[in-house]
Design a protein around this ligand. Structure first.
Ligand code: HEC
Length: 108
């Protein structure tokens, strides 16, 4: 019983696990608090997406965001400065990162 609960939990998207990935792979560009203001992102044009902006979330779905993280910006009509992460993140890790990005979304 407990074991099956643990297994099902381990498959749910985990924002805390996503934070660990984000802090290593994404924060340099997107900023530690998701504002699109990381040290490496400051000089980029276009700027890395600001995940604290309600307008960003209004126009996007989890599917679209997931696809972009896997394939990168260029494959999706966005800037090639947004790298593809399909080779370094498996589906579970990608879902965890998306769950973490959602924690930056402003309350409505
Ligand atoms: C080298 C800098 C860089 C890194 C590292 C980076 N990004 Fe980005 N990201 C960008 C830039 C630049 C854009 C803006 C692309 C555009 O608007 O054309 C972007 C855009 C995005 C978007 C929004 C795309 C949209 O729908 O407009 C998402 C989601 C995203 N990044 C997620 C991530 C995640 C998750 C990671 C880490 C796994 C990451 N990024 C790492 C530079 C980066």
């Amino acid at each position: 019983m407990l074991l099956s609960l643990l297994i099902s939990l381990s498959h749910a998207a985990d924002a805390d696990a996503g934070k660990a990935t984000y802090d290593v792979l994404c924060s340099t560009c997107h900023g530690a608090t998701g504002g699109g203001d990381g040290v490496a992102g400051a000089s980029l044009t276009p700027k890395p997406a600001d995940f604290t902006d309600a307008a960003f979330w209004a126009e996007r779905t989890d599917e679209g965001i997931t696809k972009l993280i896997v394939e990168g910006g260029m494959a999706n009509g966005k800037s090639p400065l947004m790298p593809p992460f399909g080779a370094s993140l498996d589906a579970a890790k990608t879902a965890d990162v998306v769950a973490y990005l959602r924690t930056f979304k402003p309350a409505e």
